[in-house]
Design a protein around this ligand. Structure first.
Ligand code: GSH
Length: 224
């Protein structure tokens, strides 16, 4: 049986969430890099595979799975030695799913709302409104982490990987105030101590923020 194939980019937060999951499970993936800025996700073949033309996209034994949250859960269910990262218990799983939807529908959605027009459409709209809208999600995260070290309680789950991959990709543009969000910062530090975290997540997150600022500056120059 061949390795599962992952179409991904190190700049992409949801791709990095999948890589963090695979790393935690010890699953080897065959990595195929996709350059979104060059439109490599819009080819006929890619769209046939994933009509949403998003990365990450996984092929495992001819099955195509997309959406990072679905992929992370799938990898734990299929390859995990146990269910710690994505519990099978009905209530615990529902709680992890809720946090995965929180990433998808709030954290990542707000990052996307700010980043995409600037990265792809020449926009210069990096308004305080959009930044504050992202920072509103930090308030929710701070509450989630009030009594526990991880977003779903005492144990690390795939929801931590997904939320962290997003926040680390935007936290310089929408800064995390150390006085308002001490639990959130402590959680990020806790995750940063995971094996290979720097290489798998932080380097790509830092590069995305650097590129975002560079493209924003270029867009502003062109608009003058
Ligand atoms: N909910 C999806 C979002 C994936 C997503 O939007 N990925 C971006 C890159 S970070 C992408 O592929 N954008 C290209 C497009 O939407 O056409 C997931 O978690 O996988």
């Amino acid at each position: 049986m061949g390795k599962p194939v992952l179409f991904y980019a190190t700049l992409s937060p949801p791709s990095r969430a999948v890589l963090l999951t695979a790393n935690a499970l010890g699953v080897e993936l065959e990595l195929r890099s996709i350059n979104l800025l060059k439109g490599e996700h819009l080819t006929e073949d890619f769209v046939k595979m994933n009509p949403q033309h998003t990365i990450p996209t996984l092929i495992d034994e001819e099955n195509i799975i997309y959406d990072s949250h679905a992929i992370c859960g799938y990898l734990v269910d299929k390859y995990g030695k146990d269910d710690k990262l994505y519990p099978k218990d009905l209530v615990k799983r529902a709680q992890v799913n809720a946090r995965l939807h929180f990433d998808s529908g709030h954290l990542f959605a707000r990052l996307r709302f700010l980043y995409e027009p600037i990265l792809y459409n020449g926009s210069t709209d990096c308004s305080m409104d959009k930044i504050a809208y992202i920072q509103k999600t930090y308030e929710i995260m701070e509450e989630m982490l009030k009594e526990h070290p991880y977003v779903c309680g005492d144990d690390l789950t795939i929801a931590d990987f997904c939320c962290a991959a997003t926040i680390t990709s935007v936290d310089e543009v929408a800064p995390v105030d150390e006085f308002k969000f001490p639990k959130l910062l402590a959680w990020l530090k806790r995750l940063s101590e995971l094996p290979n975290y720097q290489k798998i997540n932080q380097d790509g997150a830092d590069e995305l923020k650097r590129i975002f600022k560079e493209i924003l500056a270029n867009n502003r120059t062109k608009q003058k």
